[in-house]
Design a protein around this ligand. Structure first.
Ligand SMILES: [Zn+2]
Length: 239
C-alpha cells in the first residue's frame, strides 16, 4: 500500500513538473536542478540566506527568557536567521503551509550535515509534534519532514511519536514572550514511543525557533519521560 502510494505520488510529481516547471520558493525564478536543495531554492537566494547566530549566542538568548532552573534544553542551534514577512521566510512557509514535504526533508539533510558536529552525541531524533487536527488540515507535520531528513544523514533513529500534542494551541505568531510560555505549558505529553527516549540524549527538531517556549516545553516533557539530555535544532531563528 505504501509503495503504491509512493508510486502514485512520484507519478503526480512527474506530471506536475511537466505541466509546471519548479520555481525557486523565494524569488520564483524557474529551476533546472533535479536533485538536492536546488530543486526548491535557486543558488543566489540560497547563498543570500542570513546565517543564524552561533549556538552559544542562541543559548544565551534563551537565558533571557528562562531562568537556568526553567531551561530544560541543554543546547540549541539554527541554520538561518529569518525575519517574519521577508521573502527569505517563504522557505519556511513553503514547508509549513504549501505542503512541500520533500523540501522539509532536504532542509533536514542540510541541517544535519551543517550542524551535527556542533551537537554532542545524540541517540535519537524527535520532531515537535503538531495537534492531530492540524495534521489532518495540513496533511503532515513539517517538523517531522525536517527531522526525517536529519535522521537520514545523522544515521540516528527517528521517534516521531515520542511526544503527543494534547491541545491545539493558537498560533504563537502574535504572542509576546510571556504569553508564548503560558501558551505551551503542559501541552506536550507521552506519545506511544515515549519509552524510546528513556536514558537517551535527544535532538528535538522544529522549523522555527522564536523565544524557545515550544522547544523548551517539549524538552521538559522529554526529561519527565526519562530522557538524559535534550538539545534542539531549527531551520530558522526568527528575528
Ligand atoms: Zn531564488
Amino acid at each position: 500500500m505504501q509503495s503504491f502510494r509512493q508510486a502514485l505520488r512520484e507519478l503526480c510529481e512527474l506530471g506536475f513538473q511537466l505541466l509546471a516547471p519548479r520555481c525557486c520558493c523565494i524569488c520564483q525564478q524557474a529551476l533546472k536542478a533535479a536533485t538536492g536543495i536546488e530543486r526548491f531554492v535557486c543558488r543566489t537566494c540560497w547563498d543570500n540566506l542570513p546565517v543564524a547566530p552561533s549556538p552559544e549566542t542562541l543559548y544565551n538568548e534563551l537565558l533571557n527568557f528562562f531562568t537556568p532552573d526553567d531551561l530544560a534544553l541543554s543546547g540549541v542551534a539554527a541554520l538561518f536567521s529569518l525575519r517574519e514577512g521577508t521573502p527569505a521566510m517563504r522557505l519556511i512557509y513553503a514547508v509549513k503551509y504549501y505542503g512541500l514535504w520533500d523540501l522539509g526533508v532536504e532542509l533536514g539533510r542540510v541541517v544535519g550535515s551543517a550542524l551535527s558536529h556542533l551537537l554532542p552525541d545524540v541517540d535519537g531524533i524527535v520532531p515537535v509534534p503538531i495537534h492531530p487536527a492540524r495534521r489532518r488540515e495540513r496533511g503532515y507535520n513539517q517538523a517531522e519532514a525536517i527531522a526525517s531528513g536529519l535522521a537520514q544523514v545523522c544515521h540516528r533513529p527517528l521517534y516521531s511519536r515520542a511526544l503527543r500534542r494534547r491541545v491545539a494551541t493558537p498560533s504563537q505568531t502574535r504572542l509576546n514572550a510571556v504569553e508564548r510560555r503560558r501558551n505551551v505549558v503542559g501541552v506536550f505529553t507521552a506519545g506511544d514511543q515515549a519509552l524510546c527516549v528513556r536514558s537517551k540524549t535527544i535532538l528535538l527538531v522544529d522549523d522555527v525557533l522564536t523565544t524557545g517556549s515550544t522547544l523548551n516545553s517539549c524538552a521538559e516533557a522529554l526529561l519527565e519521560l526519562g530522557a538524559r539530555r535534550v538539545f534542539a535544532v531549527a531551520i530558522a531563528k526568527a528575528m
